[in-house]
Write a protein that binds this ligand. Structure first.
Ligand SMILES: [Zn+2]
Length: 82
């Protein structure tokens, strides 16, 4: 059994695609590919807090993101109506 080259904690599950990463690190790589700098931003903003403050920050972040998306949708529907 080999240890993941990224986290250096978890074992690599087999040698799928000649991987040297564990399944969790592979998953994180996928998120980084999809969301790029946003992933680092979220980790910096949230994990640097104590656990109770993390929950508040997560709620706040989600609220802002949902509001932004709602605003975009409203703008789009207004443009369509014109
Ligand atoms: Zn790992």
């Amino acid at each position: 059994m080999y240890t993941c080259k990224f986290c250096e904690i978890k074992p690599v599950e087999g040698w799928i695609y000649n991987s040297t990463w564990c399944s969790d690190c592979r998953k994180m790589k996928h998120y980084i590919n999809l969301y790029q700098d946003r992933v680092i931003e979220i980790l910096d903003n949230i994990l640097s807090r104590t656990e109770d403050k993390q929950d508040n920050k997560i709620k706040e972040e989600l609220k802002n993101e949902i509001e932004n998306k709602e605003n975009i949708l409203q703008l789009r529907s207004k443009k369509i109506q014109k």
